[in-house]
Design a protein around this ligand. Structure first.
Ligand SMILES: Cc1cc2nc3c(=O)[nH]c(=O)nc-3n(C[C@H](O)[C@H](O)[C@H](O)COP(=O)(O)O)c2cc1C
Length: 164
């Protein structure tokens, strides 16, 4: 069965991780768009609150047909040590029964593992099984460094093996 990487990204860092990963492991990708304005200082605070409270948001695509995929990666930026609202919203729209799931987060400095832990609970509630996870620190890093770290993690964790 095929592999897909589902991700949300506000400032493209998680997008770079997702796309580099997808190239490494030969996976499809789908970007989850948050239709709420998340840019600017005021929206930053509102976004942190939304993440903390796990407020749902409006996303595009609105539905996710994962029937042709056996392995699903889900990636999120860390917001207030939580997954971004777009990812919380997306997971609740997915049927993950019988699916293997690999979770990842990006973070400025800390809280990425907590975000993964929360995603794991949400994924399990939808019938999925987390088989691996990782978190990447992006603070102060150039895109090239983020991409190289993604490749290194993919090799070290032997991620290709999960898709077979
Ligand atoms: C609303 C908001 C809250 C954030 N909260 C955290 C946090 O709790 N811990 C952290 O290390 N980084 C935090 N960050 C930084 C992002 O997690 C980090 O820059 C991430 O790599 C951005 O990914 P993106 O470019 O895909 O949006 C926050 C960023 C935003 C916009």
């Amino acid at each position: 069965m095929k592999t897909i990487v589902l991700y949300y990204s506000r400032t493209r860092k998680t997008a770079h991780v997702a796309k580099t990963l997808a190239e490494e492991i030969q996976a499809d990708t789908t970007e989850v768009m948050d239709l709420k304005n998340r840019m600017g200082v005021i929206n930053y605070l509102g976004s942190s609150l939304d993440a903390l409270r796990e407020n749902k948001t409006i996303i595009n695509p609105d539905t996710y047909d994962l029937s042709e995929y056996g392995l699903i990666y889900i990636g999120t930026p860390t917001w207030a040590a939580k997954p971004a609202p777009a990812i919380i919203t997306m997971i609740d729209k997915c049927d993950l029964k019988g699916k293997d799931v690999i979770l990842f987060s990006t973070m400025g400095s800390s809280g990425g593992l907590k975000a993964v832990e929360r995603m794991k609970e949400k994924v399990e509630a939808r019938g999925g099984r987390m088989v691996n996870s990782f978190s990447i620190k992006t603070g102060g890093k150039a895109i090239e460094d983020i991409n190289n770290e993604t490749k290194k993690i993919s090799e070290e964790m032997d991620l290709k093996i999960y898709g077979i």
